[in-house]
Write a protein that binds this ligand. Structure first.
Ligand SMILES: Cc1ncc(COP(=O)(O)O)c(C=O)c1O
Length: 406
């Protein structure tokens, strides 16, 4: 940016690293009215416990308004920190819990505390774009670790881990692929990371949304001193609360806390008290199963529709929880090029390519199965399959569909 008397602003180096999310640009096309969208990453509003919030909101204001509306401690509301610690499947002291403004803020704090310009950080292939966005202003050298249907391939770490500040890893129902790391892979990863002295940043916003059996124990449970764990209330209560948490080893906690103080002093006191009020007496153990049942039936509807409709050569996985399914187009097709045709036929998805650090697989795409109704899933997958067939025909005839226009 050139300065002049009328434009005196000089951007910091790191501001040049902040880019509009590629995804957001792509999603503009998908927000046209009448489109059935499998593109968004939003939880279903049907799962928001509105009446529980209404009761808690009234109670907090009646009994605790002066504290709920006041500045508060940066660490978070003590009762909520205690509940978070008690709900985790390994021994966590509440003093290790830092309540954050969504787990997205956890990623931002981790970036500020652990990344220097040029620091090597390792990520899965593909990985959560919002994490790359949080890390990139700190100017890291982002290195992708080879991954399969279970996540990172442990053997690929040996050549890449030297000097790395951390590996960012999503073992449960990953965004974007929906994949889950098996017990054997977790055990191997945890052991190798400890041998290599490689810290792990484990992001787990979807772990409670399992369909048949709970996922294996978190990586952090196996080596709490070598891991930072990020959790969220967004997928089990509501994302508009903007509440999440970080579990950090005592050696790191004070630095994350200082970064949090500088960022926003504390997360909203009122929301924290309301969530603590809602959660007390085991509300989540009654509420979360209803989300699991809804999302499982939606996943099943999408799997059945894919089976019925998709052309030969298409592939997809069967996520065991979460919100996303990962599909792959027949040989030679590119999901970015398919998108305008699909939108023309009334359906949207997110191409997989932007989720890769390098060596993107252009055939991949992410489908969310949680916000569309079963009827919309049936219509939308039929439309998607029709778009793929039309694109494949054009491809065979040597024609290329127009690229996406926002
Ligand atoms: C993998 C992952 N991490 C973190 C987040 C951020 O979640 P929140 O800030 O709402 O807790 C998301 C949101 O979709 C996500 O998919």
């Amino acid at each position: 940016m050139t300065t002049s008397p009328r434009n005196p602003w000089v951007l910091a180096q790191r501001a040049h690293k902040m880019n509009p999310s590629v995804l957001r640009e792509i999603l503009k096309v998908t927000e046209r009215p009448g489109i059935i969208s499998f593109a968004g990453g939003l939880p279903s509003p049907k799962t928001f416990p509105v009446s529980a919030f209404a009761g808690a909101c009234e109670k907090v204001l009646r009994e605790d308004a002066s504290a709920a509306l006041q500045y508060a401690a940066s660490e978070g509301f003590p009762a909520l920190r205690e509940m978070v610690a008690a709900n985790l499947p390994w021994k966590v002291d509440p003093s290790q819990v830092l309540i954050t403004t969504g787990s997205q803020q956890g990623l931002d704090l981790v970036a500020k505390v652990l990344i220097d310009a040029g620091s090597r950080i390792l990520v899965e292939t593909p990985t959560y774009l919002g994490a790359l966005q949080a890390f990139s202003p700190m100017e890291p050298d982002v290195v992708s670790v080879a991954s399969d249907g279970e996540g990172v391939l442990v053997d690929d770490l040996d050549a890449k881990a030297k000097g790395a500040r951390f590996l960012y890893v999503l073992p449960n129902f990953q965004n974007p692929t929906g994949r889950t790391m098996s017990e054997a892979r977790r055990a191997a990863l945890s052991a190798r990371a400890a041998e290599l002295g490689l810290p792990l940043v484990e992001d787990n916003p979807y772990g409670d949304l399992w369909f048949d059996t709970p996922p294996p124990a978190p990586l952090t449970a196996r080596n709490p001193e070598g891991c930072i764990y990020l959790g969220s209330f967004s997928k089990v209560l509501a994302p508009g609360l903007r509440l999440g948490f970080v579990i950090a080893p005592p050696a790191l906690y004070p630095k994350l806390l200082q970064a949090k103080q500088a960022a926003d002093l504390h997360s909203p006191s009122f929301n924290q008290r309301m969530v603590a009020e809602v959660m007390k007496d085991g509300f989540l153990s009654r509420h979360v199963p209803t989300i699991r049942a809804l999302y499982k039936s939606q996943r099943d509807a999408m799997l059945a529709a894919l089976e019925r409709e998709m052309p030969e050569g298409s592939e997809w996985n069967t996520p065991k929880g979460g919100m996303f399914l990962w599909a792959r187009l027949p040989e030679g097709l590119d999901a970015v090029k398919l998108l305008p045709l699909a939108v023309e036929k009334g359906v949207a998805f997110v191409p997989g390519a932007p989720f890769y650090g390098a060596d993107a697989d252009p055939r991949t795409l992410r489908l969310s199965f949680v916000t569309a109704s079963v009827e919309q899933i049936n219509t939308g997958i039929a439309a998607l399959a029709a778009a793929i067939r039309e694109y494949a025909q054009q491809h065979r005839a040597g024609r290329v569909p127009a690229t996406v226009e926002a």
